[in-house]
Design a protein around this ligand. Sequence first.
Ligand code: EPU
Length: 337
Amino acid sequence: MLISYNVSLKPYNTFGMAVNADKFIRISSTEQLLEVIDLGLEPLWILGGGSNVLLTGDLPGYILKNEIRGITIIHETDEELTVEAGAGEIWHEFVLWAISRGLGGIENLALIPGTVGAAPIQNIGAYGLEQESVFTCLKAINLKDGSEKIFSREECRFGYRNSVFKQECKGRYFITYVTYTLRKNGHTLNTSYGAIVEKLHEKGIQNPDIADVAEAVIDIRRSKLPDPAEIGNAGSFFKNPVIKEGHYLQLKKDYPEIPSYPADAGFVKIPAGWLIEKAGFKGIRRGDVGVHKNQALVLVNYGAGTGKEIVELAEDIRETILQKFKVSIEAEVNIWK
Ligand code: EPU
């Protein structure tokens, strides 16, 4: 096991925050992880692709960079293929692996930054699909005693950008492998999302296949979301809030154009990006941090911004929206303090 000291985490977080880790360990197998646990090293911080964290200062303790790789087919029928992927695999590369084999089920989730192991933690979703719809189970190691636990879909308790790993299991497990079941035949494409319909129409595609949908998603994401290689960001900074239907109808009186997504009976989900834009924050810049010009849900670091400045901006946005719309929005990104 190799421990590196005083390592800059700038290349390891898509916000591009220039903070240092006291100690940094790459984990490429379960055995290596068990060695770390046996030594009783503390505290441990688990880092995947660094695309959903905001680092606000130097980190004491040990950063464990999940680099467990490998994609293994574990079961196959005429209709389906069950595949286990190392949690350190890059999510988008896994999507491309599936598409190149004509496997359906994750094409709408193309180009989402981050690793396979992070996907179930926040139940990644986009364009009408969440990873839970193809999720089978995952393997995780308990950081206290090194025991392995297999979590079924039910045990993961997936919700909108939520799972047991963001609740009572937070920080307690290191996810090593995730298993998904993908469709070989008879896959139903999910092209219901407005932007996908428009993109396919624009390209003149009438009978799309899996690769066409993935390409449409990639085009849409590239046109709306900033590339972290150019401008630091972690995708949507806030979750879309779910409010009571009565509250929504009240807001609709003042803002007839307010967009909405369906939610549980009696509730409505509102795009936080719309609220942020309406509150006047879209495209603003404060020093080296700001709100993206094409998608107000994305906070950005133009280079020398700090995590604390992003937190201050996010707090200002949150307060303003609470005052203006009486809607409370919460961060989707994990803030490491
Ligand atoms: N909108 C605005 N102004 C903005 C941004 C959005 O008015 O600045 C409005 C749009 O006009 C549209 C609605 O809000 O009517 C929805 O916008 P969009 O389709 O861009 O989706 P979103 O609700 O803002 C969510 C996810 C994204 C995912 C897209 C597509 C969350 C927190 N975000 O964004 O996920 O890609 O839907 O499915 O649920 C991520 O999690 O990092 C992420 C990018």
